[in-house]
Design a protein around this ligand. Structure first.
Ligand code: GTP
Ligand code: MG
Length: 305
């Protein structure tokens, strides 16, 4: 039988790598620092990632296709949380390698739940012990790693810091070793499967999440209505959807001050990512109950997976 994925170059390897873990352990930060590009949004608040984002990294003959996933957490009734758990679990189907991210010395019931989800997998699971830059006593790490090594037969256990880019190379090398022999699925210079439009909406959502701290729950969605290039300038209009009138006021802020700041920060990031001059227009609109409503989620592109 002809195997269409068999490469002419026998060193050529390619495969999918799922980055999983409970919320806030640094999965998206890890992906961004591996890619050297900010693709996936991050913040101090748990449950920042909502969508599955592919980050593609090709080094010579090896192409790793990383899947950043929403943090897995206890089942909750809200449609958006169900959607996020589903997105995280479905990322595990058909992957070649899993990177399970945990937060330095912590081991919680949520980590235990992720471990349980991984128990049926037969592919290699690499444990990434992230945020070691925060360790107060380095010697506390060894006994902890020893405890973790008993939780499951991990292919490798790698302490690292995604933020400071410490030990990322050993992680990438380990990933590369376990990818199957295959042609590359994407062009070698491509870094994501997501459209520029999608990335633009995620940048706006990141700025809102970061600016608003604990003031606003996760009831914000962003829809890009216009994404048009005119010469060297990109014209982008985005609609910010909230659930209540009060949330709209919070986002706009005193005399529009907060909205202006969100816009400025988003524009700076977009200029860097798209390498263009950006004309950004933002609007806020109340769309009641969207985070609870399956249909509203679908209309925002969060389709059932
Ligand atoms: N000190 C330190 N902080 C980190 C490191 N990696 C991530 N963080 C911080 O941890 C927080 C969460 O990071 P994210 O990358 O958004 O975490 P996540 O796992 O993608 O979170 P969800 O998408 O919500 O599941 C952010 O404030 C990051 O800056 C690290 O290596 N060291
Ligand atoms: Mg994330």
């Amino acid at each position: 039988m002809n195997d269409i994925t068999r490469p002419e170059n026998p060193d050529s390897r390619c495969g999918f790598v799922a980055i999983v873990g409970r919320p806030n352990v640094g999965k998206s930060t890890l992906l961004n620092h591996i890619l050297g590009q900010k693709l996936s949004i991050t913040s101090r608040k748990p449950q920042t990632t909502r969508h599955q984002v592919l980050g593609i990294k090709t080094v010579d003959s090896v192409q790793a296709i990383y899947v950043d996933t929403p943090g897995m957490h206890e089942e909750e009734p809200r449609a958006i949380n169900r959607y996020m758990n589903k997105a995280a679990t479905s990322a595990l189907i058909d992957v070649d390698v899993v990177v399970f991210v945990v937060d330095q010395l912590a081991w919680t019931t949520a980590d235990e739940m992720v471990l349980e989800k991984l128990s049926r997998l037969t592919c290699p699971v690499i444990l990434a012990v992230n945020k070691v830059d925060k360790l107060e006593k380095r010697e506390s790490l060894l006994p902890h790693l020893d405890m973790l090594s008993k939780k499951r037969e991990f292919t490798e256990i790698i302490p690292l810091s995604a933020l400071k880019e410490t030990n990322l190379e050993p992680l990438e090398e380990a990933v590369g070793r376990y990818l199957p022999e295959s042609i590359h699925f994407y062009p070698d210079d491509q870094i994501t499967d997501r459209s520029e439009r999608f990335l633009a909406s995620e940048i706006v959502r990141e700025k809102i999440t970061r600016q608003l701290g604990a003031e606003l729950p996760y009831s914000v969605a962003v829809e890009v209505e216009e994404f048009k290039r005119e010469g060297k300038t990109l014209h982008i209009s985005a609609l910010i959807l909230v659930e209540r009138e009060g949330q709209k006021k919070i986002i706009i802020g005193d005399k529009g001050e907060r909205m202006r700041r969100i816009g400025q920060e988003a524009r700076t990031d977009m200029e860097r990512l798209f390498d263009s001059k950006i004309m950004l227009r933002l609007w806020v609109k109340v769309k009641r109950g969207w985070a609870d409503n399956d249909r509203a989620l679908k209309s925002l592109g969060m389709n059932d997976l």
